[in-house]
Write a protein that binds this ligand. Structure first.
Ligand code: ASP
Ligand code: MG
Length: 456
C-alpha cells in the first residue's frame, strides 16, 4: 500500500482532478490510499465567511456560501459521470445545507468558538474527499470513501488537535487495508474527531500530517505528497535560476531547510512516517514524470558538502552589548528572558566577550523588547537583513568549508555567522540587497559539480 496525498491546488478544478485520477490510476497495483485537501482555497473561504457571519454580515456570508457551492458543483460536475451526477448533487446539497445552518447559527451567536471553527473548516475536506471519490469512478476506478473522523481520533484541542496515536493507528489498521484490497480508499486530510465524536482539525496545512499518520497506521511502503512544485531544490529558483532538484535528503536536513525558509513541506508533519522508516516523496501533480524529492530517515551520503541553500528575507539583527566592561555571568540569561517574555523566537546567534548578535523575524514586539533590553545593555537594530543557510550533514565532516564560503562571499559584507549549533547548517546574515548575489555565488561554489546520486 502507498499513501498519496493531494493538496488543494492538485484538486482545485476539473482539469486538476482529472490529472489526479490519471496519476492514481497508473499506481493502482501499489494499492493507493488517497488523502486529499479541500479544493483550492476552500478552507480560507469557509473561515472568511464564518468571520463575516459573526461580524453581522449575514447576507454576505450566505452569498459567499452560495458561490462556494456553485464552485464545487461546477468543477465536480465536469469530472463525474452521468450515472453519478445525482449522487454528487445530493452530497453537495446535504453538506451545504448543514453549512448554511451553521453559518446562520454563528450570525445569531456573534462569535466563533474553536469548536465551531473546526466544524466549519472540516467541510472543505468532507466535500473534496467525496467529490474525488466520485471522480475516480468516472475514470473506471472503484473507490471507497472513508470519513476521516471515524479513524483519526484526536484530543480536544480544537483547531490544533493532536491524534491519539494508539487508538488512531489501531482503527486505521483495522479499517483501511481491508478496504484498499480492491478499491481506492479516499479520505479527507486535516480532519478528525474526539473520542466523543466531536469534529476537530489538526491545524492549517494539516493534510500532510494526516497522510503521514495514515501511512504509519497502515504500514504503507511509501507516502507520496503531491504538490505543485518538483520537490526540494538546491536554492530558491527566483534567486538562483540554475537551482537543481534534490533527489534525496534526510529528514533532519529537510527539517533544517524548512526552518530557514524552504516552503514545500514542513517535515514535522511527516514525522510519524519517518519514525516508522516510511520514505516520504514530494511530487508534482502537474509534472508527474519528475521523480521528485525523497525524504528518508537515515543520513544521505553525498559528494557535495551541502544539499541546499535556504534563505529568508525580512530579518532583523540586534546587537546587544553589556553596559558593564565585561560580559558578566547572567547576561545571556537576562537577554533571553526578555525574548521569552515577549514570545519572540530568536533564530541565529553569535556571541563575543561583551556583545551578542542575534536575529529575529517577528518584530511585532520589538519596541517592548528594546525597552527592556536597554535597562541593562546598549542595543543596535538593523532591519532588512537576510539569512542564508547552507544545509547538509557533511558540514561536520568536511574541512575547509568556511574558507570556501568566505571565498565565495569575498565581495560582500557578512553580518553574522553561525555554525555548529545543529551540525547540519552553516548560517550567515547579509543585507537583504546582497541576498541574490550571496545565494548565486554560494550556489556556484558548492553546486557546480553535482553528485548524480543526490541531485538531478
Ligand atoms: N485545507 C486545510 C488548509 O487549508 C488543510 C490542508 O490543505 O492541508 O489548511
Ligand atoms: Mg499544504
Amino acid at each position: 500500500m502507498i499513501v498519496m496525498k493531494f493538496g488543494g491546488t492538485s484538486v482545485e478544478s476539473a482539469a486538476a482532478m482529472e490529472r489526479v485520477a490519471k496519476i492514481v490510476q497508473e499506481r493502482l497495483d501499489r494499492r493507493p490510499v488517497v488523502v486529499v485537501s479541500a479544493m483550492g482555497k476552500t478552507t480560507n473561504k469557509l473561515l472568511a465567511l464564518a468571520g463575516a457571519a459573526v461580524e453581522g454580515r449575514r447576507e454576505e456570508a450566505l452569498e459567499q456560501l452560495q458561490a462556494l457551492r456553485e464552485y464545487h458543483l461546477k468543477e465536480a460536475g465536469q469530472v463525474v459521470s452521468e450515472a453519478e451526477e445525482a449522487e454528487l448533487e445530493a452530497v453537495v446539497t446535504e453538506h451545504f445545507r448543514e453549512l448554511e445552518e451553521l453559518v446562520k447559527g454563528l450570525a445569531v451567536l456573534g462569535e466563533v468558538t474553536p469548536r465551531s471553527w473546526d466544524a466549519i473548516a472540516s467541510y472543505g475536506e468532507r466535500l473534496s474527499s467525496r467529490v474525488l471519490g466520485l471522480a475516480l469512478r468516472r475514470f473506471g476506478m472503484d473507490s471507497a470513501h472513508v470519513d476521516s473522523r471515524s479513524v483519526i481520533v484526536t484530543d480536544q484541542r480544537h483547531t490544533q488537535a493532536a491524534p491519539l496515536s494508539f487508538e488512531t493507528y489501531s482503527r486505521l489498521a483495522t479499517v483501511i487495508p481491508r478496504m484498499a484490497e480492491r478499491r481506492v480508499v479516499v479520505m479527507g486530510g486535516f480532519i478528525g474527531a474526539t473520542e466523543d465524536g466531536v469534529t476537530t482539525t489538526l491545524g492549517r496545512g494539516g493534510s500532510d500530517y494526516t497522510a503521514s499518520i495514515v501511512g504509519a497506521g497502515i504500514g504503507a511502503e511509501e507516502i507520496q505528497i503531491w504538490t505543485d512544485v518538483d520537490g526540494m531544490l538546491t536554492a530558491d529558483p527566483s534567486l538562483a535560476p540554475e537551482a537543481r532538484r534534490v533527489r534525496i535528503i534526510s529528514f533532519d536536513e529537510a527539517a533544517e531547510l524548512a526552518y530557514f525558509g524552504a516552503k514545500v513541506l514542513h517535515p514535522a508533519t511527516v514525522l510519524p512516517a519517518i519514525e516508522r522508516n516510511i520514505p516520504v516523496l514530494i511530487l508534482n501533480s502537474r509534472r508527474p514524470q519528475v521523480e521528485g524529492t525523497r525524504i528518508v530517515a537515515e543520513p544521505v551520503p553525498c559528494a557535495n558538502p551541502f544539499k541546499s541553500i535556504a534563505s529568508k528575507r525580512g530579518i532583523t539583527v540586534m546587537t546587544i552589548q553589556s553596559t558593564r566592561m565585561l560580559m558578566a555571568y547572567g547576561f545571556l540569561k537576562r537577554i533571553f528572558e526578555v525574548f521569552d517574555r515577549y514570545e519572540t523566537p530568536v533564530d541565529m546567534l553569535a556571541t563575543s566577550e561583551v556583545s551578542v548578535s542575534l536575529t529575529i523575524d517577528n518584530t511585532g514586539r520589538l519596541r517592548d523588547i528594546l525597552e527592556d533590553l536597554r535597562q541593562f545593555s546598549q542595543v543596535v537594530v538593523e532591519e532588512d537583513q537576510a539569512i542564508v543557510c547552507l544545509v547538509g550533514d557533511n558540514v561536520r565532516a568536511t574541512a575547509g568549508l568556511a574558507a570556501r564560503v568566505f571565498g565565495a562571499l569575498a565581495r560582500l559584507k557578512v553580518r553574522l555567522i553561525s555554525q555548529g549549533g545543529s551540525q547540519l547548517n552553516l548560517g550567515l546574515v547579509v543585507a537583504q540587497q546582497d541576498l541574490e548575489e550571496a545565494v548565486r555565488s554560494l550556489h556556484r561554489e558548492f553546486f557546480s559539480d553535482l553528485d548524480p546520486a543526490v541531485f538531478d
